[in-house]
Design a protein around this ligand. Sequence first.
Ligand SMILES: C[S@@+](CC[C@H](N)C(=O)[O-])C[C@H]1O[C@@H](n2cnc3c(N)ncnc32)[C@H](O)[C@@H]1O
Length: 234
Amino acid sequence: MLKNWDNNTWISSKSYIETFNKFMFKQISLNENSKILEIGCARGKILGDLKSKLKLKFKPIGLDPVNHKDKDKRISFQNTDALSFFKKNKQTFDLILIKQTIHFLKMNDIKKLLLLCDKSLNKNGVIFISNLDTYKNELPTFSLMDKKLKSSFKRHQEIFFLISQTFLTVNIRKFEFNVEIPKKKYLDMIKQRYISMLLNFSNKQILDGMKEIDNKYSEVLKFKDKLICFILKK
Ligand SMILES: C[S@@+](CC[C@H](N)C(=O)[O-])C[C@H]1O[C@@H](n2cnc3c(N)ncnc32)[C@H](O)[C@@H]1O
């Protein structure tokens, strides 16, 4: 499981979270009465910011099978996986957010989850799914990581296909965030296996990869973190 996600990286920065939420506000209409669920919320920072910015009356619900100690206090956290949550859930939502999480599930489970989410939407409710954009991705990589990234893209394409088969109305939007990060810091993120594709690498593969990145890039890395977003409406 991914334990180091958004642990002191650009993804956990105030600027990233605010830029992402502003981007979401442009695509969907939310207000203080909105009921929000995030599947795979990690530390719940995105939801916490939504709670403050929208002055939400109801604490947004975040679920994750990993229970981080330093979770955002503004959210109602449930330590569970997506499908188990829906077995008991009776609530309905105006927004169900699934950001950089859907690829953790098996294809059959994704299909089940999409249908369960659809059933749990209020009128005019929206499911907002985002994942790494496979097109002209700029994440700094070493060769083995690049190979893995390219093969994970195939699965992402299959997921996108499944989404477009399951829903009649699918709006696609792209999100970009300009990252500027010292190479030293990025190397540390690689060491911490900040992204799920690095989880199965051996220690030697990680160390070799870090050497490769050290040789390949200058002292400050500048790139765009790109997401593709699917906005699904009832
Ligand atoms: C890459 S992180 C994304 C976190 C957050 N959505 C964000 O974008 O900042 C993926 C999260 O999904 C969680 N996850 C994995 N499988 C899951 C499942 N079946 N149901 C719910 N969450 C899951 C992981 O524990 C992890 O915290």
